[in-house]
Design a protein around this ligand. Structure first.
Ligand code: Y12
Ligand code: CO
Length: 174
């Protein structure tokens, strides 16, 4: 399955994703292809909406202590629901749909969620650190939200100006 990553300001990124009801071969192919496109673009997290599938599915593959990504560390999360969110933390986030831009974002420090895996089995996950941040970032995608929408007013304005300038420059160089 050939997937392309949607980038800001593509309006399709604003769609609210739908609950997955059917856990079939098509879903498995989508998750496998998401993993390929995430890995080949040096990503550590990707939501289905970012490849134009507005479905409640996301994948996360955090690097280990050597900075390597391993298939063993891949987490596939379907139909997540937060059941607890605590504390506060700030991390400099990036997103494959907002290439080349990183900014501090404030989020909950720890989260607990319920979700299903690709076979519809139910799980509960307590997350902290980078995993907690990645989960919150990706679940925002399912709600049609990008991390830039969490920036304070002046930082958002600065982002818009700089991003537009880079898009123009890119178009000019084509
Ligand atoms: C912490 C914060 C945010 C997340 C969400 C997942 N984010 C990513 O996977 C972002 C990856 C990314 C990769 C890029 O490409 C390269 O570095 C080659 C990139 O593009 C540029 O910097 C040009 C932007 C973002 C998880 C955990
Ligand atoms: Co993102």
């Amino acid at each position: 399955m050939q997937l392309n990553i949607l980038t800001y300001p593509d309006p399709r990124l604003k769609k609210v994703s739908k609950k997955i009801e059917v856990f079939d071969e098509h879903l498995h192919k989508l998750l496998d292809s998401m993993n390929e496109v995430m890995f080949s673009n040096n990503g550590i997290g990707l939501a289905a909406i970012q490849v134009n599938y507005p479905l409640n599915a996301l994948i996360i593959n955090l690097p280990d202590e050597n900075g390597e990504q391993s298939p063993d560390n891949l987490i596939e999360i379907i139909n997540p629901i937060f059941i607890e969110q605590n504390g506060e933390t700030t991390y400099q986030e990036g997103c494959l749909s907002v290439p080349g831009f990183y900014e501090d974002v404030q989020r909950y420090d720890t989260v607990t969620l319920k979700y299903q895996d690709r076979y519809s089995n139910e799980h509960t996950l307590e997350a902290d650190g980078l995993l907690s941040i990645a989960i919150q970032h990706e679940i925002d995608h399912l709600l049609g939200k990008l991390f830039i929408e969490k920036l304070p007013y002046m930082k958002r304005k600065k982002f818009e100006k700089e991003y537009k300038r880079r898009l123009k420059e890119k178009k000019h160089n084509l």
